[in-house]
Design a binder for this molecule. Structure first.
Ligand code: DQA
Length: 144
């Protein structure tokens, strides 16, 4: 089984980006922890981080993953195109946010993804990715 992890714009800056909101771990540290967890669970984890919307869309189009875990970052609040890409390929996805977007500025309260996600995890920091991975593995193993 394969899981595709997608991280949107500015998440390459994790570790130095607003650490009071996003924590001090780098994306590389988070992803290497997830890779170990995926390996232990017997699933293949692929990862893309991109700052450009079209690269994320093309990664979704090219994916043969069983499940997608996505933190669309700022595109959460703006991208009909990324939403349509996920719906277009029909791969079930879990939406993750490090911060609790509902406790932040009003423009972060709306997500173009949540109503189509299998589930949404937010506000738990990097642990949210790990919880999403566990949920994805469980669903894949039981045939969604
Ligand atoms: C984020 C929340 C978004 O509002 C923000 O634009 C991000 C990160 C999060 O993980 O908390 O870049 O998706």
């Amino acid at each position: 089984p394969k899981i595709l992890l997608i991280n949107g714009p500015n998440l390459n800056l994790l570790g130095k980006r607003e650490p009071g909101i996003y924590g001090s771990l780098t994306l590389a540290e988070i992803v290497s922890g997830l890779e170990a967890e995926a390996k232990a669970a017997g699933v293949q984890l692929q990862h893309i981080q991109a700052n450009a919307e079209h690269l994320l869309i093309e990664a979704i189009h090219a994916s043969d993953a069983d499940m997608i875990i996505i933190n669309p970052a700022a595109f959460t609040h703006s991208s009909v195109a990324l939403r349509d890409a996920l719906l277009g390929v029909g791969i079930p996805f879990i939406e993750v946010h490090l911060s609790n977007i509902h406790a932040r500025e009003p423009f972060r309260h709306h997500s173009y993804f949540s109503d189509k996600a299998v589930g949404v995890i937010l506000g738990l920091g990097p642990q949210g990715y790990s919880l999403a991975l566990q949920a994805a593995v469980a669903r894949i193993n039981t045939g969604n």
